[in-house]
Design a protein around this ligand. Sequence first.
Ligand code: ADP
Ligand code: MG
Length: 283
Amino acid sequence: MSNLSRHTSPINGNKTIVSKTTIKITPQKPFYRPIAKEIEVFEHAYKNKLPILLKGPTGTGKTRFVEYIAYKLEKKLITISCHEETSSTDLIGRYIIKGAETIWINGPLTKAVKEGAIIYLDEIAEARPDVIVAIHSLTDHRRELFIDKLGKNIKAHQDFILVASFNPGYQKGFKELKPSTRQRFIAISFQYPSPQIESEIIENETGIEEALAKKLVHIATKIRNLTELGLTETVSTRLLVDAAKLIHSGLPKRLSVKVAVVEPLTDDLEITNALTDLCDLMI
Ligand SMILES: Nc1ncnc2c1ncn2[C@@H]1O[C@H](COP(=O)(O)OP(=O)(O)O)[C@@H](O)[C@H]1O
Ligand SMILES: [Mg+2]
């Protein structure tokens, strides 16, 4: 066994699957264009220490919103990208073997609870059920985290808040959140912005000119309305921003739209061709 694997192996089980965690103290103000009253809602929820659920399709600004809010409230942001292997151990902590010793390492949730950071559980519905159980006592009046491996309860720091995101739109591998979990959160819904706002976002994010941003939004609106295509998810603001970045860096417009907007949406050749023709006409 190499030193490295000895240092990273948990005591129980020889496989460590740690979810991607990022800890951020955002140095620069992230650009966020408010869509409705979400900033106000968040600030009041924060004041009242209510957990917040951000609902909506991918690429609609949920992550950017949390980054912006963390900056605005001057809080550290700890993000966990949940996937089907994300367990409560990943969040809370584990014993590791270091040399001849066994030491306890706090997980990102425990750190956030102690330090008063914002914890962001991105795509919470993807995580294992024990994650939901682990956050129960944190998301009600108790505001405490139970660490079963230490037999300890920790009271959350007064600044701690839990934010989760959830995409209700998945049709395949549909993962729902139980009502008993959902009702622990106040919920903010994210949707595709109005054409005016979406175009502003694209311009700000990429520096392309207004007329081109408007064309991209127009394409998106058209594709979003083609519900008969049965796409699992349709064009997000993220895809438009990506297309605009490619155009801005000098890639031909049609090619940019094809690779950033059309191809990520589907693998069906017929739909790809139809959408490519449609986009070519519009840009
Ligand atoms: N309201 C918004 N303000 C600024 N940028 C936005 C907004 N909505 C979407 N974006 C852009 O779309 C991209 C994807 O947003 P993101 O927050 O990652 O989406 P989500 O977390 O909902 O999947 C961002 O990187 C940003 O460029
Ligand atoms: Mg996100």
